[in-house]
Ligand binder design. Structure first.
Ligand code: SAM
Length: 294
């Protein structure tokens, strides 16, 4: 029987020769999965034998991956901000850049929390990646997590239960802010923001993901535009979706920031509008603060 070191090396070579991105990392994650081992163990136990059954399981994973099916869909999970989330082709695979949204929302919430109970909306929740993490890190917060699709909400429901936050995360179905039953302190939204015509040019893995989670219309800003006008109109007609001191955090492509900033200042002329960078230093999160601090 081959040992772990050999199996990882061979898997790495196979993936690399098929030009799979991050081949070494993916080989390690595949081996961790079939061996049911945490990351540190696959390095500490490199002489361990890999049984024929485990080799077969690994071969089945590699065969699927060579079709460019995303590894997260094959393994049915993705780690995001330190927690494992169920994923399937009904949902977008959470991206590392979205961790910036979580960081920034936590920062805003912790700055403004004091003794108040915060109410947060995660609009377009997908797997529930943002909502689950905010619920874990803000034990006094109540969170609405909304999406337009039942199949997506089924995945979010599983993740919310799996991480024991179902008592504080309420799932809602509907268009953007419409299903919110009360004004919230913070709206976080990673809405579809790819320009329609860019989608077919992206890497093959992206083509497996739901178009409804990617497609933001001609300039990618359709959903952002609608969310900002829903929020602004609700303030005008008194059916507020956001409290008077509320904050909106929107993830988008760095190239969309200038346009999004002017959309936000048209919708909320009095608001403080700032842009937060991601870990790569790229402008990633637009922050619209209605009245300074929370
Ligand atoms: C880019 S994905 C983000 C998913 C998740 N928040 C994340 O960061 O991984 C966008 C999500 O918005 C949802 N969505 C698309 N149109 C919507 C709408 N009109 N109202 C509510 N959600 C919508 C999609 O189903 C998808 O789950």
């Amino acid at each position: 029987m081959p040992n772990l070191r050999t199996v990882i090396q061979e898997t790495h070579r196979t993936l690399e020769s098929a030009s799979i991105p991050d081949a070494r990392l993916e080989a390690e994650v595949m081996v961790m999965d079939v061996m049911r081992m945490p990351r540190h163990a696959i390095f500490a136990e490199q002489e361990s034998q890999v049984s024929p059954q485990q080799q077969e399981q690994l071969a089945a994973i590699v065969t699927r991956r060579l079709t460019r099916e995303p590894l997260a869909y094959i393994l049915n999970y993705r780690e995001f901000y330190g927690v494992n989330l169920l994923v399937n082709p009904a949902v977008l695979i959470p991206r590392p850049e979205t961790e910036t949204m979580v960081e920034h929302a936590l920062f805003m919430a912790l700055m403004g929390m004091e003794s108040r109970e915060l109410v947060i909306a995660d609009v377009g929740t997908g797997t529930g990646a943002i909502a689950v993490n905010l619920a874990i890190h803000l034990p006094a917060a109540r969170i609405y997590a909304s999406d337009a699709y039942d199949a997506t909400l089924d995945v979010a429901a599983y993740n919310v239960r799996m991480h024991n936050v179902a008592d504080r995360v309420t799932l809602l179905k509907g268009d953007l802010l419409e299903p919110l039953p009360e004004p919230v302190d913070v709206i976080v939204a990673n809405l579809p923001y790819l320009p329609t015509e860019r989608i077919p040019t992206l890497q093959p893995e992206v083509q497996w993901e739901p178009v409804a989670a990617l497609d933001g219309g001609a300039d990618g800003l359709d959903h952002v535009r609608r969310l900002l006008s829903q929020a602004a109109e609700s303030q005008e007609d008194g059916d507020n979706r956001l409290k008077p001191h509320g904050v909106i955090l929107l993830e988008m492509d760095p190239e969309q920031m200038t346009e999004a900033q002017s959309l936000a200042s048209e919708a909320f002329p009095e608001a403080e509008i700032t842009v937060e960078p991601d870990l790569a230093g790229l402008d990633r999160v637009l922050s619209v603060s209605l009245a300074g601090n929370l």
